[in-house]
Design a protein. Structure first.
Lengths: 229, 229
DNA sequence: ACAAATTTAGACACTCTTGTCCAAATCGTC
DNA sequence: GACGATTTGGACAAGAGTGTCTAAATTTGT
């Protein structure tokens, strides 16, 4: 029983490997074509299996779709929590550390394949499967946003930030950091690395102008001194 | 034929009314079901016309779709520019005025029927019709964002704000003001009025903490007066 | 009220897709 | 090398949807 951890051998081996390659291909096709437009034959071709195998594994187009969303949600959540674990709790350089965190969050959770696909599926089919996406909402934003908020609360408690409501601050942090990527996200595109960095940098700077403690205090002092107000 | 000089489309007015009701119904169905899932019979039923009439008017499912997107883009753009015209150039109460602007923008351009539909269609079918949505990108964000940026630049020039890059500030303003509505937007929902107000209020407050001049000056004045400094 | 334009309902051919069935080929394991 | 499980490809029925065509009904302008 050799546990072949080999990540992606092109011709998949074994029952479970086939299941994965099916779900993987299905994710891509569902995203590109939408649920109604997705073609089982095309999924089979892209997965490198026969159509019958798909029915053997998942029984049904709808069940396949549910499996895809569950899979993506799970993997994305894992990625997000792994990234949250790298949040700078005791930053040396607050600005640089927050920018790094924002970039990691974007690259590992939002712009990567899983994140892109999950986002698209939520947008396109969310209304058709209320329970499924209610589940996502609980497992996704319902758990990750508070987790991020908690990290900001800790930063505030440590005297690094002047925040009243950590939940609001967390949401605004995400909004700011992605502010320049909205159009790209809308069209389903993937921003370039430098665009991500740019947006994160601008976003974090504004965030710190609003909530930074030492920096704003210093600049206020400086401005008052200069302006003589 | 004698009316052919009229700038309007040549067919009679009952004709035009039907065209509108078709495009309207089609917008709804395309949004709910996606392009592939949209059913011409269903569109006909919701428009209150026969299927043949749709083919008489638009010839083709794809042409109908294009007409829908063009229609929505045009109406949304008109709404956005009408709202931009209400931007507070010489604000009495900067915070309240910006909140009002943000709420108007949301209610009249983003959360209304046209805005919701256009957003959804862009998200779901944007990749399938690159030229069509490139056109939208130019006509939409390509023209509205700079327009908003120009207004912020004017505020900055007037001494109301401390902004370095008006374009960045405009995008961040939109990001902040919608920060709390992201999940709802993703699932295609419509936020309640109080949610819009809440998000706008929080967003504008943070925006002014980062870029506000007047307010901090005013509060400093007030504080100085009170403290006798 | 008349004539032209438009709309309607229904039938129709055609294509595409889903999901099932089955015998043969292949794979994994002992 | 052999055996059981899995996969394969192809055929198939059933259903749904697009787009066309027609003759009859309705609306519109004069």
């Amino acid at each position: 029983m050799r546990l072949s951890v080999s990540p992606d051998t092109f011709p998949p081996r074994g029952h479970e490997a086939k299941r994965l390659s099916i779900v993987d291909a299905a994710a891509g096709v569902f995203c590109r074509e939408g649920f109604a437009g997705a073609n089982i034959d095309l999924i089979a071709a892209e997965a490198g299996v026969s159509r019958q195998t798909i029915y053997n594994h998942h029984g049904d187009k709808e069940k396949l779709f549910v499996a895809v969303v569950r899979d993506l949600t799970e993997r994305c959540n894992a990625g997000i929590f792994a990234t949250i674990a790298t949040f700078p709790d005791q930053p040396k350089d607050l600005e640089a550390d927050l920018i790094g965190f924002a970039v990691r969050l974007n690259q590992n959770c939002i712009c990567n394949r899983d994140g892109k696909f999950l986002r698209k599926l939520i947008q396109t089919e969310g209304e058709r499967y209320p329970e499924l996406f209610a589940e996502w909402r609980e497992q996704g934003p319902g758990r990750t946003w508070p987790a991020i908020a908690a990290r900001f609360a800790r930063l505030a408690y440590g005297g690094y930030l002047a925040i009243e409501d950590p939940d609001v601050a967390a949401r605004q942090f995400l909004g700011l950091v992605n502010a320049e990527l909205q159009t790209t996200f809308m069209l389903g595109g993937t921003p370039r690395e430098d665009e991500v960095l740019q947006s994160a940098t601008n976003g974090v700077r504004t965030f710190l102008r609003a909530f930074g403690k030492r920096r704003s205090a210093a600049s206020v002092e400086k401005q008052s001194a200069l302006a003589g107000v």
